[in-house]
Design a protein around this ligand. Structure first.
Ligand SMILES: Cc1cc2nc3c(=O)[nH]c(=O)nc-3n(C[C@H](O)[C@H](O)[C@H](O)COP(=O)(O)OP(=O)(O)OC[C@H]3O[C@@H](n4cnc5c(N)ncnc54)[C@H](O)[C@@H]3O)c2cc1C
Length: 558
């Protein structure tokens, strides 16, 4: 029997941080990941991680204020205070574990500016910060001998008498279904990026954990808050880090004008992401774009700085857009990047299901509200990953393993997977996934409105009907990625439905949720969270108040 006190789903930054802290508490911990840990999507993070270090004359209260303002006052301020006040110590912990952050000329940890912040407080490793952090945490994981179920695909959570007590999982290499029992499960399965097409996210980011938690009765919150990043390459959607603007790159329209002067005269290119993305989209929509894009211009930064601090995007520009960014401006457009919402948790990672915790991009604590500041996500993963690990381990100490009929779960899933493999006629998963992604991009873009979202919802329902008949080409058991992609699509469709249902519900514009039919923020009616839960009749909506500690909502200007 496979069983652990704490089972962490996901080996990205949130998952590994959670696993390490749970083990430090004395728990027997294991991690499940559908890919090798260092292939987790955190690997792609480029620009850096925020922290206010007092020896730089910075103050965590200022970081918290910038985060609250960036969130368009939808972030819960108690959670934001925790994240920002614990950031400095966590950054030092990471450095001591071995993350080699860039240094400044005095040999101190160096910072770069990021959007929506009054101070340069983003610590970085060139433009591959996530990769550096992920590899160091993986070393720690190996050192601690935590078991990793590598290339195991979690199929569902097991809930008995309302308590989460394990998972069913597919060992991808053999095609066998297992039950892993656990006293607590921490969901750290990442975001929903590929529900949209294109997206800056890796192909594996398919909302599995959010879908599984939702199916098991967990509340989801702020699902309508989808972030469009201002600088993604046309077509492929590959990200050009905000670090480029942090180092001083300009945004230009077809007239060669730095158009951010019009939209954010103080912060210019470093206004918060929602503001910059809307500005770009407006320029494009009003005919001042170039082939659906505007330009990001780094030429004035000089080759030495670009090569030292933005190494990766030199290659990205060349390989994905055929542009030498040292000599030419890059055509970019806003592209789907991040979900601020997710599985609703408290500040210790607890969800509304006893025994189920969540952390990282799949969770909504909520520290990002309507719009996440660049470099606050890596911080979120390590702060709330660590806190979830500590609290889940403490909870597990008080619990015994819940007994249930393991074989019936295995048999049930075997039958389900066989019934998919037995289908003879129907569509392939790829066509539905592609249609879904394109529809989400079209009708749930930088700007959205009621009729487009209603149309989108009925198209998602249509995709759900088509999904019931998906056929496989590979009916084997060994590394059947055809089956894995099909299973992922089911979770993607549920995530899409909750995103759009929540988007229709919020009848105002706040943060990333910009509605042309309700163009203004409306604090009187909508300074509240939208919560979505699954019932037999489909998604059901409710509201929760925003927690305000000391920053009273005011008009947002950059
Ligand atoms: C290109 C890019 C650049 C970014 N740059 C920055 C940056 O500079 N700074 C910043 O703060 N943020 C950045 N972000 C955001 C940030 O990288 C992510 O939000 C964060 O890394 C997510 O970490 P995570 O641990 O929650 O999830 P992930 O790293 O996505 O890990 C998810 C894990 O869950 C596992 N998993 C998922 N489903 C299953 C399943 N069914 N069964 C088993 N395992 C499963 C996966 O295998 C994986 O191990 C960037 C994002 C992108 C796309």
């Amino acid at each position: 029997m496979l069983e652990h006190d704490v089972l962490v789903i996901g080996a990205g930054l949130a998952g590994m941080r959670a696993a390490l802290s749970a083990q430090e508490m004395g728990a027997n911990v294991a991690v499940v990941s559908k890919v090798h840990p260092v292939r987790s999507h955190s690997n792609a993070a480029q620009g850096g991680i925020n922290a206010a270090l007092t020896d730089r004359g910075d103050d965590w209260n200022d970081h918290a204020y910038d985060t609250v303002k960036g969130s368009d006052y939808l972030g819960d301020q108690d959670a934001i205070e925790i994240m920002c006040s614990e950031a400095g110590q966590e950054l030092i912990n990471l450095e001591h574990m071995g993350v080699i952050f860039n240094r400044d000329e005095q040999g101190l940890l160096g910072t770069r500016a990021f959007g929506g912040q009054q101070k340069a407080r983003t610590f970085f490793v060139a433009d591959f910060t996530g990769q550096a952090m992920l590899h160091v945490l993986y070393e720690q994981l190996i050192k601690s001998s935590i078991r990793v179920y590598e290339e195991w695909f979690v199929l569902s959570l097991i809930i008995e008498d309302g308590v989460c007590c394990g998972v069913t999982a597919l060992e991808i290499g053999t095609g066998r279904v297992y039950v892993i029992r656990a006293k607590t499960v921490i969901m750290c399965s990442g975001g929903v990026g590929r529900v949209f097409e294109p997206s800056t996210n890796a192909l594996i980011v398919t909302g599995d954990g959010i879908g599984q938690a939702y199916a098991s009765g967990a509340d989801l919150m702020d699902m309508e808050m989808i972030q469009y990043h201002p600088t993604t390459l046309k077509g492929s959607g590959v990200l050009i880090t905000e670090g480029a603007r942090g180092e001083g790159a300009y945004l230009l329209n077809s007239d060669g004008k730095r158009f951010m002067e019009t939209y954010a005269p103080n912060m210019m290119e470093l206004a918060s992401r929602d503001v910059v993305s809307r500005a770009e989209q407006t320029e494009i929509d009003q005919g001042r774009g170039v082939d659906g894009c505007v330009y990001l211009d780094l030429r004035h930064l000089g080759e030495d700085l670009i090569r030292e601090r933005l190494t990766q995007i030199v290659d990205i520009g060349q390989d994905f857009a055929g542009v030498n960014i040292i000599n030419e401006p890059i055509p970019i457009r806003p592209g789907m990047h991040y979900i601020m919402g997710g599985i609703k948790t408290d500040v210790n990672g607890r969800t509304n299901i006893p025994g189920l915790y969540a952390a990282g991009e799949c969770a909504c604590v909520s520290v990002h509200g309507g719009n996440r500041l660049g470099a606050n996500s890596l911080l979120d993963t390590v702060i709330f990953g660590r806190r979830s690990g500590v609290h889940a381990a403490a909870y597990a100490k008080e619990q015994g393993f819940i007994k249930f009929d393991v074989q019936s779960y295995i048999k049930g899933y075997d039958q389900k997977l066989n019934s998919i493999a037995d289908r003879q006629e129907g569509e392939r998963w790829a066509q539905i996934r592609n249609d879904l992604g394109k529809d989400m991009d079209q009708y749930f873009g930088v700007y959205r409105e009621e009729s487009g979202m209603q149309n989108l919802l009925s198209r998602i329902e249509d995709c759900k009907r088509r999904y019931e008949k998906v056929v496989l080409q590979d009916r084997g058991t060994i590394f059947n990625t055809d089956l894995v992609f099909t299973l992922e699509l089911g979770f993607m469709l549920d995530c899409a439905e909750t995103i759009v249902t929540s988007g229709i519900e919020r009848k105002e514009s706040r943060g990333a949720h910009s509605r042309t039919d309700y163009p203004l923020r409306n604090d009187k009616d909508w300074l509240k969270h939208v919560v979505v839960s699954k019932t037999d009749n489909g998604p059901t909506l409710s509201h929760l108040p925003v927690k305000i500690t000391k920053w009273i909502p005011e008009e947002r200007k950059y």
